[in-house]
Design a protein around this ligand. Structure first.
Ligand code: FES
Length: 121
């Protein structure tokens, strides 16, 4: 799917959805909130503001159905999924995809097998 000439201008350049879904203790799929996603999402929102990313929207979301790989974050329009566990991970997701335009391969859920696990590009 691509944009058409008659489409209105983008309101946001990018959306970041951070799953903050909570499930009861012991649920077989677990949940992102139980892995600290709410704290990480709040940190991401605050850091995006500090960095002046006014054209990027950081949204809390319900379950994104990738629970086992969470805390789950997806960046659109690229549609690249990340496992974001720490504030340092958040910083990388803000800096690399949203400022520099690359990917944080070490955090990607679906990184190609040929990707170098510990580098960003
Ligand atoms: S609970 Fe976060 S992806 Fe399902």
């Amino acid at each position: 799917m691509s944009r058409r000439p008659e489409d209105p201008p983008l309101f946001y350049r990018a959306h970041v959805f951070c799953c903050t879904n909570e499930r009861p203790e012991g649920h077989p799929r677990g949940c992102c909130k139980g892995k600290g996603s709410e704290r990480l999402r709040n940190y991401m929102k605050a850091r995006a503001k500090e960095l002046g990313l006014k054209d990027v929207r950081i949204n809390a979301s319900g379950c994104l159905d990738r629970c086992e790989l969470g805390p789950s974050v997806v960046v659109y329009p690229e549609g690249v999924w990340y496992t974001v566990r720490t504030p340092e991970d958040v910083d990388e997701v803000l800096k690399t995809p949203l400022i520099e335009g690359g990917r944080v391969r070490r955090l990607m859920m679906d990184a190609p097998a040929s990707a170098t696990p510990s580098t960003a590009d």
